[in-house]
Structure formats: structure tokens, C-alpha cells
Design a protein around this ligand. Structure first.
Ligand code: SF4
Length: 158
């Protein structure tokens, strides 16, 4: 899956996509965690970029929703990532995602939002200067994210 945005080539491999009636309906992005079930902005931006790629490839994304699933590693170890994806897809198609969260209490959280081309283009405008080394990184300003960050010991903000 790919798209070109200004000077950037965007490439990615999404976890799952559901088409219905010839339209892209759901992009599913699975995130595993050993700790909390917080859904961070980078996962949302990643899914939005996948939406841009799918749209750039010519698919109808007028009803596309992005489904970010945060799941505890223990659940993935127990039933496998493929099984989690199948359960989520079944839940989406039956409109029963909230019930799934209850069923897997404290081990699974689902965040759903609309694909928004304008928003993803704005985000890419901001991010691209960092990727192209035209500016340095900005701190996350999210203490929860810093808590589990791999670079925390090296980072002056962590
Ligand atoms: S510790 Fe530093 S690099 Fe890691 S999330 Fe926080 S600000 Fe970003």
C-alpha cells in the first residue's frame, strides 16, 4: 500500500481492511501493549496515513472508518493476533464492538474514528519536516507515553 505526498513516498502494510459494497469500510490497526490500553496519537495518525494510501490507490473511502485496537500482549499470546483481528471484524460487522470490550474487560480497547483526508494532510505537513530533517523532534508532552518510551533514558524530556 502506498501514496505520494509532496516529496514523500508513503509505504505501509496494514493489519486488516474490510470492504463492503465496493467501498473501503474499515482499516484495522492492532497495537499490543504489556502495560496500559491508552491509544496514542501516533497510532491514529498511522491509521489516517493508511487511509490516504488506500484512497490514493483509487478506492472509495467516503465511508472509511479507522479502527485502532489496543490489546494486552497476554490476550494476543493466548488467542493469536489473527484471532483477535477476526473477532474485531465480526464485532464491527455486527455493530457490537462495545460488547467486545466488556467481554475482554481490561484487556482490549477499541478506538474508532472517521478517515479525514484534510486532517491527515495537515498532520503530514507538520511531520514531513522532521522526516526530511528540516527540524528536530518535538517532545511528546504526554507523561504516559514517556513512561513506556524506549528512548526515555536518553531523552532530555522523558
Ligand atoms: S521520552 Fe522523549 S522521546 Fe520518548 S515519548 Fe517522551 S518526549 Fe518523546
Amino acid at each position: 500500500m502506498w501514496a505520494v505526498f509532496e516529496d514523500l513516498a508513503l509505504l505501509g502494510r496494514l493489519d486488516a481492511i474490510v470492504f463492503e459494497g465496493g467501498k473501503a469500510k474499515y482499516i484495522i490497526e492492532l497495537k499490543t501493549s504489556r502495560k496500559g490500553l491508552g491509544i496514542f496519537e501516533d497510532a491514529i495518525v498511522q491509521a489516517q496515513v493508511y487511509g490516504l494510501c488506500i484512497e490514493s490507490m483509487g478506492f472509495d473511502c467516503s465511508e472509511l472508518k479507522l479502527v485502532i485496537v489496543k490489546v494486552k500482549s497476554e490476550l494476543v499470546d493466548e488467542i493469536s493476533p489473527d484471532k483477535v483481528k477476526k473477532i474485531i471484524i465480526a464485532g464491527l460487522l455486527k455493530n457490537k464492538v462495545k460488547e467486545l470490550e466488556k467481554m475482554f474487560s481490561r484487556r482490549l480497547r477499541v478506538h474508532i474514528e472517521d478517515y479525514d483526508r484534510k486532517l491527515v494532510e495537515e498532520k503530514l505537513e507538520f511531520i514531513k519536516d522532521y522526516w526530511l530533517e528540516l527540524r528536530g523532534p518535538h517532545p511528546s508532552n504526554n507523561p504516559n507515553k514517556c513512561k513506556s518510551c524506549y528512548y526515555r533514558d536518553l531523552c532530555p524530556y522523558g
